[in-house]
Design a protein around this ligand. Structure first.
Ligand code: SF4
Length: 212
């Protein structure tokens, strides 16, 4: 059984799979407390579901993209068989994790999105460097930046660990804290190989413009 906060269908707002219709499975509980956390409701709320129930709900949306997120999805051990089962069924699976817990049991067919916490998150230095061993060519490293200090810290982290050479590195402006323009200029000013990423879902769902 896994304690699940919510399962919902939306547009992937981040990663190289941005824009794809995706089923999100949000697990309950997180051991971190990031300053900008927008999913505090996932810390405790949720209901126990068995793997069959979760998979059946995922299938009901009719898309191949599944994102396991939290909370911290790796806190519950039954996440690993869920990932394996979904990969066996040819779903395209991504896992959003802070990288503070070991990823060694994550099925290698799934895409790891390692959300490395920066100083402004209040959880810097929680990333477990052992996870660099489990990163593959499909792994993506994400940094949510709230200040110049965060930017400089992330550049140093990526260069110290050779992330730019080996992986896709995504820099996102912390929503409504720094502007995309500010971050774009910073990236260009140091010729950083990072890719600017906007958290697309926040722009879509905060918009009050009527669609046509
Ligand atoms: S890791 Fe994610 S869920 Fe946990 S506190 Fe940070 S932002 Fe919130």
């Amino acid at each position: 059984m896994l304690k699940i906060n919510e399962i919902f269908f939306s547009i992937q707002g981040e990663s190289s799979w941005v824009g794809y219709p995706t089923v999100f499975v949000r697990t309950t509980a997180c051991h971190l407390r990031c300053t900008y956390c927008d999913t505090k409701y996932s810390y405790y709320e949720g209901q126990k579901m068995c793997l069959e129930e979760i998979i059946s709900k995922i299938k009901s949306y009719g898309t191949r993209y599944v994102c396991l997120t939290g909370g911290e999805p790796l806190l519950q051990k039954e996440i690993f068989p869920l990932i394996k089962n979904l990969c066996d069924m040819n779903f395209l699976v991504s896992i959003e994790t802070s990288g503070s817990l070991l990823c060694d049991q994550v099925d290698s067919r799934a895409k790891l999105i390692l959300d490395v916490k920066t100083p402004d998150s209040g959880a810097a230095d929680t990333f477990n460097l052992e996870n660099l061993k489990w990163a593959s060519s499909s792994t993506e490293f994400k940094f949510v930046l709230g200040s110049e200090k965060d930017f400089n810290w992330s550049e140093t982290f990526c260069r110290q660990h050779d992330l730019f050479k080996n992986f896709l590195v995504l820099y996102s402006p912390s929503f409504e804290i720094i502007s995309p323009k500010w971050l774009a200029e910073k990236i260009l000013s140091v010729n950083s190989p990072a890719r600017l990423q906007l958290q697309l879902h926040k722009y879509i769902w905060s918009s009050d413009q009527r669609g046509v």
